[in-house]
Design a protein around this ligand. Structure first.
Ligand code: FES
Length: 157
């Protein structure tokens, strides 16, 4: 990471702390803000946030790992997330996963080489009556078949 990038991250953290306060309750909104701007929360950003909020870095790390919308690693520009909960599982989630892995040439949890797409699991989207479901970025798609899922993903390839 370049010095400019580091100072940019520090500035952004300072801005967020000025907005949300220098205390423990600011942790989640600050993490959210950093994630929004950089698409992930680097080790450097985690250390800085911990230092500035006066909390242990392990606490910052555990909050990030607890919430699936917070990332420790850089992800692709598009997040394709397939519901892995029970109803979608029973309604053919595995076939969708296989079709997408084959189409993109990556496994679940991986990102395509061109950094365009990351494949991930997520928990129940609350649309079990229309299972199987998946989300592409902020949009949710339901009643999927492997063919339909591949078609949707090809639109963002
Ligand atoms: S189990 Fe997949 S949406 Fe509920």
């Amino acid at each position: 990471m370049f010095v400019e990038e580091k100072s940019d991250i520090i500035d952004e953290i300072d801005k967020l702390i000025a907005k949300y306060g220098r205390n423990r309750s600011a942790l989640l909104p600050v993490l959210h803000g950093i994630q929004k701007k950089y698409r992930y929360i680097s080790d450097f950003a985690q250390q800085e946030i911990a230092k500035k909020l006066n909390i242990h870095p392990v606490e910052v790390y555990s909050v990030i790992t607890f919430y699936s919308f917070l990332n420790k690693e850089p992800k692709g520009r598009n997040l394709v997330r397939i519901c892995k909960s029970i109803v979608c599982d029973m309604k053919g989630k595995d076939a969708i996963v296989k079709a997408l892995e084959r189409e993109l040439g990556i496994k679940m949890g991986e990102t395509t080489k061109d950094k365009k797409i990351t494949l991930e699991y997520l928990n129940c989207l609350g649309l079990c009556d229309k299972a199987p479901a998946m989300a592409i970025n902020d949009r949710v798609y339901t009643n999927l078949t492997p063919e339909k899922a591949v078609e949707l993903v090809n639109k963002i390839k």
